[in-house]
Design a protein around this ligand. Structure first.
Ligand SMILES: Nc1nc2c(c(=O)[nH]1)N[C@H]1C(S)=C(S)[C@@H](COP(=O)(O)O)O[C@H]1N2
Ligand SMILES: [Mo]
Length: 342
């Protein structure tokens, strides 16, 4: 059961007109006419043009979107057709159990879903959001919207659908460890770390994470003073209560990393991806966040705010440019501005 128009665990609300752009920002540069094909295990595979697609009887639906980096926007109106209509038109064979969706983008971005999930969730192919044609950065002219899944299942610039007997993992799911289930109600965000406890212990002792893939690493309460972690992939890493004074995280991917009550004094977080990161209670005095991306980041939790407990500590030397603050929810931005003003 997926309650509609409520907030899944550990998501933060954003409100219209805000709608962050996540991932690729444009379609492949290609002069040929836009077509959408349904191929693979089907009796009548076909290809249609964009105009033919948009001439099909459209419907409008109100859908909640939940990005894995912890922002949600509820009740967005989309216009398009049910993916099921398109798929059934190809008459899938009995052996077809999954669909792979491929984007008309530079890297041929892709994702996949079981067919029964496509039907059950009423996944859509849409070309309008909030009464306007989709902008290119949001997947225009045509994208998928899959209600009840993290938004990474909602492929932008849909070009090809392939019907398959076995699942074929998509771009994020195969290469970046995103959970293939993508259920926001069960927080199916990422797979755990691929490194062993032994390797993690050795790396933590070396304090050198530069350029490494250490997704989900467990480093809570560790002493990592002066850590070198520029360019490291540290998504979903656990640094709660860790000592990270003067750590170098320049350009690191720290999306959804856990820094609750960590000591980040004078840390270098320039150009780091901090989307969805939990910085509540962290000590950020002297830290440099210029160029960092902060969508969905948390500096103070609801409980902290309601109990009057302090959230992240900032001082006049903490560098968070205004444009980075723009990405925060109203509550988070208000907290940061209030603390900085002190
Ligand atoms: N082709 C393509 N589709 C994509 C992505 C992408 O990088 N390329 N990113 C996914 C992710 S992770 C999210 S959260 C949403 C973001 O859509 P938006 O930029 O319209 O918010 O698109 C999804 N679909
Ligand atoms: Mo996402």
């Amino acid at each position: 059961m997926t309650p509609e128009h409520s907030l899944p665990p550990r998501q933060q609300l954003i409100h219209a007109p805000r709608w962050p752009v996540v991932g690729e920002r444009s379609a492949r540069n290609d002069a040929s006419p836009w077509t959408i094909s349904v191929t693979g295990l089907a009796r009548t595979p076909f290809q249609i043009t964009l105009a033919e697609l948009q001439a099909l009887p459209a419907r409008e639906r109100t859908i909640d979107i939940h990005c894995v980096t912890r922002w949600s926007r509820l009740g967005m109106r989309f216009r398009g057709i049910d993916l099921e209509v398109l798929l059934k038109r190809a008459v899938p064979l009995d052996s077809a159990r999954f669909a792979s969706f491929v984007a008309r983008s530079q890297r041929g971005h892709s994702t996949s879903l079981p067919l029964d999930v496509v039907y059950k969730l009423n996944a859509m192919v849409v070309w309008e959001a909030e009464d306007l044609a989709l902008s290119e950065e949001h997947g225009g002219p045509v994208r998928m919207v899959v209600p009840g899944k993290y938004f990474y299942k909602s492929l932008k610039w849909l070009e090809r659908i392939e019907l398959l007997a076995e699942d074929r993992l998509g771009y994020w799911e195969a290469d970046a460890g995103y959970h293939n289930g993508a259920d926001p109600w069960n927080e199916e965000r990422y797979f755990a770390s691929s490194i062993s406890k032994q390797e993690a212990a050795t790396l933590i002792a070396s304090r050198d994470f530069r350029g490494r893939d250490l997704r989900g690493i467990q480093a809570n309460r560790r002493d990592l003073r002066g850590l070198k972690a520029a360019g490291a992939l540290l998504r979903d890493a656990h640094f709660a209560e860790a000592t990270l004074q003067e750590a170098d995280f320049q350009g690191a991917n720290l999306s959804n990393a856990h820094f609750r009550d960590a000591d980040l004094r004078d840390a270098d977080l320039r150009s780091a991806d901090l989307e969805g990161a939990d910085l509540s209670g962290a000590d950020l005095r002297g830290a440099d966040l210029r160029g960092a991306s902060l969508f969905g980041a948390t500096f103070v939790t609801m409980e902290m705010a309601s109990q009057g407990t302090a959230g992240a500590r900032l001082d006049s030397r903490t560098r968070i440019p205004l444009e980075a603050l723009e990405a925060l929810t109203d509550e988070q931005r208000a907290y940061v501005l209030a603390v900085q003003a002190k």
